[in-house]
Design a protein around this ligand. Sequence first.
Ligand code: B12
Length: 481
Amino acid sequence: MLTLINTNTMVPPIGPIALDYIEGAARAAGIVTDVVDLCLSDDAEASLRDYFADHSPELVGLSFRNVDDCFWPSAQWFVPELAQRVKEIRSLTEAPIVIGGVGFSIFAERIVEYTNADFGIRGDGEQAIVSLINQLRQSKDFESVDGLIWHKNDRIYSNKPAWPAPLSLPTSRDAIDNLAYFHKGGQCGIETKRGCNQRCIYCADPLAKGRTARLRDPSEVADEVEGLLSRGIDVLHICDSEFNIPRSHALAVCEEFGRRSLGKKLRWYTYMTVVPFDAELARAMSKAGCVGIDFTGDSASASMLKTYRQAHLKEDLASAVRLCRDNGMRVMIDLLLGGPGETKETVAETIDFIKQIGPDGAGAPLGIRIYPGTEMARLVEGAGPLEKNPNLRRKYNGPVDFFKPTFYISSALGDKPAELVRDMVAGDKRFFEPMSDTAAEAGEKFVSTDHNYNDNTELVESIKGGARGAYWDILLKLRAD
Ligand code: B12
């Protein structure tokens, strides 16, 4: 038996759709499976104790979605908690432990080393876990398991990442309690593809999902949507890195939704790059049920867009907002303030321009999480000793280590960059603005000026009261009320 455990207990709760897909694939391969969902449990320790008191699986799989909350100044790091879970599970069962997940895949080897788990899987879990179980049962040829991180003679080995293409996923979605997540989390996730070929210097998605878009058949996606709809789940988040890359596939998915009239029964949100986006795609998305788009806007300054390696110009941001308005979709622009080369002038240019084009909302966080293996990390490492770099922010002691939450805020923004941004936003309620300049000032409590969804009680309460949709949209509507 394979026991899958969801370790992500952050609220509002996000359904571990990875486990839905992995369980479906394992079941289809004839493996008996169980899911223990710690997020839906009132007492995680007791649930694990009770479960392992009368179950002896052959493999325990832990899903580890968020390595940290990726938000400055909160900067919460979840790896020590995971290590504690691994220790706890080891004391309850002799089964080997394998860890997987999107956050896990960014730091696979380091996390296996830190937690002392038996195995890790970097990349997609569906085929890899079946292959691992086969090897555990037979010849133990671990080299043959794509994505596997494993130990031999006191060394850790990493196989090539598991990024199978073309992508086909189970559509039954019945391993986790999606309806409970819908009621407590306000939406459910679904994917139309994996991987991203964009070159944004800061992004870790290609490290976890690969640099090539691996596409699902649109009719498979629509089958899955119909299954969720039949259970009363009618607000979805399409969890692709960027829905419109490639544009042709986004259009094909919308056309399939259109053919089945899903747009009349369903509301969905997604992330997109600012280009390519045009009237044909906007119309098709709206007709297919899309009610809100969160754009990777980053900046409106030409020099910052070039630094981030974005393909769009500031005019494209204006056009994206217009197209959403024309087609009745809500629009959010996510910015990244404080990157390499950012100055007070470039921040002012961006904020002024966003005010002018008037999206429904704009995320204006300060601080870019630096991931090892990205262009951003290479840039920072090439700029001299890390400990002396005036642009780095972190809450941990000791040497700079990008495994732990480490952020970049351009020192040209001065000693109080958050205050600077807040002054420029000047109370415009469409902006989610940075909370404070220091972690101590921010404290541990959530302050509703930003859009950190980590233990966001405002969101939890409002979803309990019936709010549904993307969190930025729920928060914006709360502000408007
Ligand atoms: C969509 C999304 C959201 C949506 C979720 C909507 C929804 N209803 O699902 C919203 C906006 C709510 C959101 C919020 C947050 N998110 Co988010 N999100 C994503 C995104 C784009 C997709 C995640 C997803 O569902 N993928 C689809 C599933 C199927 O893929 P998967 O989880 O990777 O699973 C596969 C493998 O990893 C593996 N696997 C997974 N589990 C297991 C277990 C085992 C045993 C094995 C073997 C394999 C395995 O197999 C799976 C299937 O092949 C990712 C980036 C990305 N492209 O993946 C960021 C991402 C996961 N988010 C991230 C973050 C930081 C957050 C927040 C913490 C931000 C914040 N501070 O508010 C919150 C956390 C919310 C929560 N409660 O957990 C980061 C995590 C990075 C990190 N440092 O750890 C990511 C990677 C984005 C990024 N590059 O920074 N997010």
